[in-house]
Design a protein around this ligand. Structure first.
Ligand code: S3P
Length: 466
């Protein structure tokens, strides 16, 4: 199979540019003969957002090193500036950015007007929590995708805390309006959805609330907010209960200290290369400085369970002394024969952003993979269940949605074709990786959406292929 792929690939490479990208035009990806090289990823998007927001809340100067420079993080930086902080942004040679944020602290924020969240659900939901206790009269707006996303999940708890907040539309979509200051009170809140955004929004509001706020979730979700608040002097406690659910408590009101942050490489971005390296028959990729926080590393562990060869090198210290506060590692991935697996709802929640690319891995694995409890994917930047079933299906995959479960049968030869990314960065990157192992050209519509989280994605793809 590898030989056939190589011959076919050579013929195509001689006729076409490897990758063609012009603004919103489609991007063509051709099959690769081999994948090799070293990659430095965008700084973790979740940590970059939070570092900027916490820098606004803290009085003084915060240095953020190696933040991601995708459009989502820039939306947050724009809001932090609009809310009164001085934000200096410097480009780094690795396409990431360093920020210096100087703020007068949460209590001095005064704002009336519109705040643009772009495509970023994290920005809208977390900033809503911050604003709930501040002296503002703000509309949080976003692009068409964000305006379709559900906001009731933060409106309800923030209202229970005493916030004056409403969604633009009666069905809880259409952005948010927040008016303050309002005296906030602590709540004990159980969220039916496992969402780090909801948990974080409540915790950020709890900074201004009187008493101990408790957030309970069915399973643990990414814990960057808790780690970063703790590192900034805020009393936050978290535990996993005997039934596997998660409880986080924060004693308010609390002051956030200005603490510098080094941002690790984004594990969700790493997942694209981990899958590329695993499913391509001739691949070895080294990915430098990736965050391997236990609440973010599910994709690595699921791929290993499928039989992937992923080495973790030089795991960094978890302490806060290094300014990261998160474990980091270099990852080395090599071609491997994969087997289908069952993914439980808790594992799906832990790998929520990586499920689309894990579905691609499953198309190349022997046997059936079932990804259970993936309903939350319908509420992301696009309906990712519909998008992945349609897109991978068009490329030749055998994939179906069965209620909230995704069922993939493999292995199949992906054949290339034209696919719609629905303007969703994670679908665009998944289809691009599929294009590296397909037998023919893959054309991805609306592929410039990769800039939401990974502006250098297509440049990296070109660099590691031959
Ligand atoms: C994020 C949490 C997740 C994830 C998103 C980033 C965060 O969303 O999908 O890309 O930074 O907290 P949910 O918490 O809504 O699942």
């Amino acid at each position: 199979m590898a030989g056939q792929l190589a011959a076919r690939t050579r013929a195509l490479v001689s006729r076409l540019p490897l990758v063609r990208s012009r603004d919103a035009l489609p991007v063509d990806v051709l099959p690769a003969l081999r994948l090799g090289g070293k990659l430095t990823l965008p700084g973790d998007k979740s940590i970059s957002h939070r570092a900027l927001m916490l820098a606004l809340l803290a009085e003084g100067e915060t240095r953020i090193t190696g933040a991601g420079d995708g459009e989502d993080v820039r939306s947050t930086a724009g809001i932090v500036t609009a809310l009164g902080a001085d934000v200096l942004r410097t480009r780094r040679p690795d396409r990431n950015v360093d920020y210096v944020v100087v703020s007068r602290g949460a209590r001095r924020v005064r704002f009336a007007g519109d705040l643009w969240c772009g495509n970023s659900g994290t920005t809208m939901r977390l900033v809503a929590g911050i604003l709930a206790g501040l002296d503002v009269n703000a509309n949080l707006d976003g692009d068409a995708s964000l305006e379709r996303r559900p906001m009731s999940r933060v409106v309800e708890p923030l209202r229970a805390m005493g916030a004056d907040i409403e969604a633009g539309q009666p069905d809880g979509t259409g952005g948010l309006a927040v008016t303050g200051p309002r005296p906030l009170r602590a709540i004990d809140w159980t969220t039916p959805v496992a969402s780090a955004q909801v948990k974080s929004s409540i915790l950020l509001a709890a900074l201004a609330a009187q008493g101990t706020t408790v957030v309970r979730q069915p399973v643990p979700t990414r814990d960057h907010t808790e780690r970063m608040l703790r590192a900034r002097g805020v009393p936050v406690r978290s535990r996993v209960e005997a039934d596997g659910s998660s409880t986080v408590e924060l004693d308010g009101p609390a002051t956030v200290r200005a603490v510098d942050q080094v941002v690790p490489g984004d594990p969700s971005a790493a997942a694209f290369w981990l899958v590329a390296g695993s499913i391509h028959p001739d691949a070895e990729l080294r990915i430098r400085g990736v965050g391997v926080n236990p609440t973010r590393r599910a994709a690595i562990d699921l791929l290993r369970r499928m039989g992937a060869s992923i080495e973790e090198d030089g795991v960094g210290a978890e302490g806060d002394g290094d300014g990261v506060g998160e474990p980091i590692a270099d990852l080395v991935v090599r071609s491997a024969a994969l087997e289908g697996i069952e993914v439980s709802p808790a594992e799906t929640a832990a790998a929520i952003d990586e499920i689309p690319v894990l579905c691609l891995a499953a198309t190349q694995a022997r046997g059936r993979s079932v990804i259970r409890g993936a309903g939350e994917l319908r509420h992301k930047e696009s309906d990712r269940i519909a998008g992945i079933v349609d897109g991978l299906g068009r490329l030749g995959a055998r994939i179906t949605a069965d209620g909230d479960d995704l069922v993939v049968d493999g292995p199949v030869r992906l054949c290339g074709g034209t696919v719609d990314s629905l303007g969703d960065h994670r679908l665009a990157m998944t289809f691009a990786v599929a294009g590296l192992v397909a037998t023919d050209r893959t054309t991805i519509q609306d592929a410039d959406s990769v800039g939401i989280s990974y502006p250098g994605f297509f440049a990296d793809l070109e660099r590691i292929r031959s």
